[in-house]
Design a protein around this ligand. Sequence first.
Ligand code: HAM
Length: 424
Amino acid sequence: MAKIQAIRGMNDILPQETPVWQYLEQTVQNVLSAYGYAEIRMPVVEQTNLFKRSIGEVTDIVEKEMYTFEDRNAESLTLRPEGTAGCVRAAEEHGLLFNQMQRLWYRGPMFRYEKPQKGRYRQFHQIGVETFGMAAADIDAEVILLSARLWQTLGLLDSVTLQLNSLGSNEARAAYKEALVTYLAQYREQLDKDSQRRLESNPLRILDSKDENTQAILQDAPVLADYLDEESRAHFAELTAILDQAGVEYEINPRLVRGLDYYCKTVFEWVTDKLGAQGTVCAGGRYDGLVKQLGGKPTPAVGFAMGVERLVLLLETLRCVPEALRQPFDVYLAAESKGFQSEVVLLAEQLRNDLPGLRIRIHCGGLKNISQKAKQTGAPVVVLIKGSAENNLSATLWHRDEPVFDVALDTLAGKIAEISQHNA
Ligand code: HAM
């Protein structure tokens, strides 16, 4: 019978890969906690309408990429393609938004029916940050500085670039859309097929087109910055002033519009040229209208999400993964010969009591060539337990393949602590 395989674009993350994921997740968590952010966990399935009403009916995600199905009750449900909509729904539903300020984060799988390629999957993982109740540019600056600190901590800062733009108020964007459509309509026939379609449905997305002809036509198109309202202009100036003072470099990209409809004012992306076509590792912006659009009171909001797979790829590509992560244990403990296996189990328990945090793996199974097998595990410290003529137990220690000494069991914990520089 044919074996059942994983679904295309949905990956297993294997034991040799998980240490990098854990390292990344732990580092993000530490940085987020240093900024006072609290974790929220939402379901992976929501009512389909939540995504239609937030991301926008005429976006790629909603038109082509959602995993939507009817449950047994004929209710239309969707596997979440992103986290912002669910986070707003949850925060509103549980009364976290009205008259409050919130700094939240989440992580987990997201689902989009895209064409899989390196860095683009159908099940992928995001770590997202959403803040609510803060309207001024200081919070935009905070979320950007937080992400910059993360790249710094991970050793990635030199390999990513911050792109920034302002989309202005809804009114400013509507005026700009009209000017853009008037301009592009003159060249309708020369635009690529997608852009022709978007001319009616979502003209701003044409700015994102990769088609060379369309790009050439866009050279002389009206620029969004010229249509910005005064408030958005001041907001953007304040943000860039803080970033300048903090020494965070950025490029202003007037074509950056993002693929989800809920944004206004600030939008940004962190991009790298080290991963090929899928170079955006983190993206977000302000979405002051979304809470109201989903039935809540008007609530300013800004956030971003990073793509975990892309960041793991980047860490691997740039060799920014600490070597120690590759080894899942510090000590390999085995019996030298038959008859001492139960002592090994009990001794390992005792060592775990004495040296909390020390990672010990015991050998279970055959003992043929045990000292060689034990060293081949790559453990920095190998301990073999043996019995003496008087049937007293003792241990032989190796540190990185060098024989260290024979020790009595009552001094074993101290010796291991000493050679592995672990605090007893
Ligand atoms: P997004 O730009 O759609 O924004 O996704 C954010 C990040 O998720 C991307 O920059 C990328 O790193 C990663 N990503 C997206 N699609 C895929 C995929 N198919 N495979 C692998 N990685 C992917 C949002 O999702 C917004 N909710 C971000 C946000 C939060 N804005 C405000 N708050």
